[in-house]
Design a binder for this molecule. Structure first.
Ligand code: RIB
Ligand code: CA
Length: 315
């Protein structure tokens, strides 16, 4: 029997890679039912992440998606943004029209709480693609939601790959380490897509040509987004293309078999400035700390890009 689509909330700071993750979800109604998109400050300030989420939904022709504004800064630290990676608008690359679709009434945090209370326990999956401020705030405001969450599938952290904003920390976790600590200690089932796996999702020229050759507005815009986005990683890592971080989250919901990882203990550095936001992943089981997350380490990259290209062609 056909699986019923998984109900999800995408929490995001678009960001070119967030945009591709959102497009993949919206292109996959048989697998994913997007209850709403909640925006958070991260790659760029909140007003721009909300604007970009609207632009992406209009690009997908899905203007009925509920988009909420959320937290505009981390729980206890100043906001750090990443215009150097994503450009001034946060969605540099394609030239897309100013959005006209509405912004939903109410705060993103209240939407997350309401959805988790309205739907049966274990039926709503949270998909954070940016700093975890909205998720942590919802958990603090409504502790009862922790055991109603089916799963948290997030992009963040790194172990073998180290960090991308400091030597020790990945951007999403670094921006709001306290929020990450709350989420990782919440008891909710967590699947982590760290740099260890997202750095294997590299948009080579051939893969980007496949996006462009879809020929649609979506395919061309995605090719232009990744062309803009990749220059940061190419300069820094000499990699053969941009790592598509956030689409690993929505691809996992459709084809978990593309990913491999371990159920281990992951704790967050929240004290030392030197290692602030580091995901201390006990990959080798050298501590007796209880496992709290499935930390991904490997990806079948060709299968991932085939899935992504096929689904984007539907829009
Ligand atoms: O470190 C990569 C993460 O930070 C991605 O989610 C990217 O969009 C940025 O938010
Ligand atoms: Ca992101």
């Amino acid at each position: 029997p056909a699986m019923t689509p998984r109900k999800i909330i995408i929490d995001t700071d678009p960001g070119q890679d967030d945009a591709v993750a959102i497009l993949l979800a919206l292109a996959s109604p048989e697998d994913i039912d997007v209850l709403g998109i909640t925006c958070v400050a991260g790659n760029v300030p909140l007003d721009l992440t909300v604007r970009n989420a609207r632009i992406v939904c209009e690009l997908a022709g899905k203007t009925d998606v509920k988009i909420f504004a959320g937290c505009d800064r981390p729980l206890g630290r100043a906001l750090v943004t990443a215009e150097h990676v994503h450009g001034k608008t946060g969605l540099d690359g394609p030239v897309l029209p100013e959005p006209t679709m509405p912004i939903a009434e109410g705060h993103a945090v209240d939407f997350i709480i309401d959805m988790l209370r309205e739907h049966a326990p274990g039926t709503v999956t949270l998909c954070p693609l940016g700093p975890l401020t909205n998720i942590a705030t919802a958990l603090q405001k409504a502790p009862d939601i922790a055991n109603r969450i089916a799963k948290i599938v997030l992009m963040g952290g790194g172990y073998f790959e180290g960090g991308n904003i400091t030597p020790a920390a990945e951007f999403n976790i670094y921006v709001d380490p306290q929020a990450a600590d709350i989420v990782f200690k919440s008891g909710a089932p967590i699947v982590v897509m760290p740099l260890d796996v997202t750095h294997k999702a590299l948009v080579t020229t051939a893969r980007n040509d496949a996006f462009r050759n879809i020929g649609s507005a979506v395919g061309i815009a995605v090719a232009q987004m990744t062309e803009f986005f990749e220059r940061f990683d190419k300069e820094k890592y000499g990699s053969e293309g941009a790592p598509l971080h956030d689409p690993c989250v929505t691809a996992y919901l459709i084809r978990p078999d593309l990913f491999k990882g371990r159920h281990i203990n992951v704790e967050i550095e929240t004290e030392s400035e030197l290692t602030m936001g580091m995901t201390v992943a006990d990959w080798w089981g050298v501590t007796d700390r209880a496992p709290n997350a499935t930390f991904m380490g490997d990806l079948e990259a060709d299968g991932f890009f085939t899935l992504l290209t096929e689904r984007l062609a539907r829009l």
